[in-house]
Design a protein around this ligand. Structure first.
Ligand SMILES: [Zn+2]
Length: 165
């Protein structure tokens, strides 16, 4: 992965929980609750986190190939220390042992937490302003950064984060 992609990736991560905590993806989530991040090797944020740390996920046979699994069971978490490689079968066994084999499991809390813990970093603010200046609609930028449209407008017009203008 090239440096620009890696910088774009970390700009969307909330590491405020500390080195051992869950690092929450603050941008778009895919419908299954994982962080969404498009890059040359795929489109899931936790897989990107694993690849940034260890290199490409090894290819394996089978429909689902190799999974990047969560020790912490928090799908929006991208802390590389919480991720491990497994096969699809391992992943299912792991889910069963944690008591959630179905998709109706407790992934909803992730969204709630995301709202409460979504804090923008200075890098986020700079890239949000750059995105809007480059023609990205404010509503879309707000969604990408996981904040409200109102907050995004305040940032864009300099009502908040004025010191970075
Ligand atoms: Zn975690």
């Amino acid at each position: 992965m090239d440096e620009r992609t890696i910088a774009r990736f970390w700009a969307k991560v909330d590491k405020s929980a500390g080195p051992d905590g869950c690092w929450m993806w603050t941008a778009r989530l895919v419908p299954t609750g994982y962080g969404g991040f498009r890059y040359a090797g795929g489109q899931l944020a936790h897989r990107a986190a694993w690849e940034i740390t260890h290199g490409r996920v090894p290819h394996s046979d089978g429909y689902h190939g190799t999974c990047v699994c969560h020790r912490c069971d928090v799908r929006a978490c991208v802390n590389p220390a919480h991720l491990f490689l497994g096969t699809h079968a391992d992943n299912m066994a792991d889910k069963k042992s944690k008591g959630r084999a179905s998709r109706s499991g407790p992934i909803v809390s992730v969204k709630g937490e995301r709202v409460n813990t979504a804090k923008l970093t200075a890098t986020d603010v700079v890239s949000l302003r750059a995105a809007v200046a480059g023609g990205c609609p404010v509503a879309k930028a707000a969604r990408d950064f996981g904040i409200s449209v109102h907050n995004a407008y305040s940032i864009v017009c300099g009502k908040t984060w004025r010191h970075l203008l």
